[in-house]
Write a protein of this length. Sequence first.
Lengths: 269, 301
Amino acid sequence: MTAAISVTGVDMVFNPGRRNEVTALTGIDLAVADGELVSLIGPSGCGKSTLLRLVGDLETPTNGSIEVNGKSARQARLDHDYGMAFQSAGLFDWRTVSANVELPLELLGWETARRRERSRELLQLVHLEDFAGHRPWELSGGMQQRVAIARALAMKPGILLMDEPFGALDEMTREHMQTELVRIKAETGATVVFVTHSVPEAVFLSNRVVVMSPRPGRIANVVDVALGERGDATRVDDRFFAAVTAVRSALRGSAAPMATAPGMEVAVE
Amino acid sequence: MTSTAYARPQLGLARRALGRVGLVVGAVVAVGLVWTGYKAMGAATGGVWPGTSRPLPVPTDDTTLPPFLGILRRFGEPQRTGDPIPLWQYLVDASFFTFREAVVGVLAGIVIGLALAVLMLRSRWLERGLLPWIIVSQTVPLIALAPVVVAWGNQLPFGYWQAWMSVAVIATYLTFFPVTVNALRGLMSPGRLPLELMRSYAASDRATLLKLRFPASVPYLIPALKLAATASVVGAIVGEISAGLRGGLGRLIIDYAQQYLTDPERLYCAVIAAGVLGILFVGLIDLLDRVLTRGRPRETT
């Protein structure tokens, strides 16, 4: 498998040389294979969101390089390789649900009829086809988040960057959305980088969980998760709990990084 | 979304219109009652507060305070004796004349205000450089500026420039300010999330302006337009007076004021006409608001 994303020797320093200088990330090396789903997990301030933003070219690294599909992150963004979803849906109030999903396509200059058709497909994918004409504020938080995900998928991006997209949802909706994401990813074959606070969420979704530690932000551990095809049965599978435990202990280890050999891999099978 | 309330239940359009009319009639009746009551009190006590020897703030004789019904009746009477055309027709014609100046003033104010706001949005340096001048511009008294604008207008080389256009320029001077300030606020209102979203789509500055910043600024622009509409009417009337322009409410008000002692009701009629013009103009902006913000969450007030 070729690497869709490769991050090499990346450091990120905010406000360099000033009194409020912050080293957000140091010495980050990470390769994400084509079609892989990788979660970034760690305590607040470990730089997981920053890493995601660097990959998406919303920030520029201080040192190191980021390659996406064999080009720079900036070029990948200009080529519309990314779909992004954040913790809040960020829908535009003045547009209908369907028009929100169509926004990226409108910017690409698609014709109206083609846009409508694509938006209909996407809303079907997130089971919101009956709400195309509604306004975002008429929808629940979970539904809004599904619209945001449909919008992120509109341009058929090869790479989905998601920053705690389910963070604000209740547990039931959250699990439902996770199942949906697994299904959508299987249907679209996208590569996904997923930032989360939740260990079970990371384990349920991912092929690999990247455990990060703070001050300065770095990768403390990478946990392989081999659970095969995910479904509701996965959540009660013993191997699921074993993987959750492995990530937990990796997280705990990262709080006292000296206790763990750096780069150690915890394989779960 | 917690601060967002749902739209109030929609009453039928006819019922709402009827409610409005009722409100207006009620307000007129209330003002009439207070006005007439005050006059009656003054007549009964000889111009002092009842039970005291303190004089009333406004004398109640028929010249200072003409009878309320007399003012209303005056609308239907000829402008001056021997003239077959009733006063209200003069006022309607004059209102249309002034309205044209005010509308052009608001439209030009919107164009200039938006252009300035977009310029200032593009560069913080421009914002720092321009904003103080824009604020200073509003401290120049209109009556000082108006004759200058009229004089410049008269010297313009092109033949189609008319005096009323100079008055519209004077009105514009008042309208562009609220539009500029609020448009800038509105254009800068989108937070990091929607801006980064546009960035992730590799949207151009122009596309971000058209698809995100302009729509986001509409709720900020509507109150500015209401301010601009009323300011534009005032600017047009003052401009007409300064320019000595015939045909509008400004000139009528000056004429009627000079003949106040012989015909006080007429001046009140002209002032009422100016007020009605302002209200209608703001109502028009309200209508525009309804069209532009259709389907958006409404704040309940």
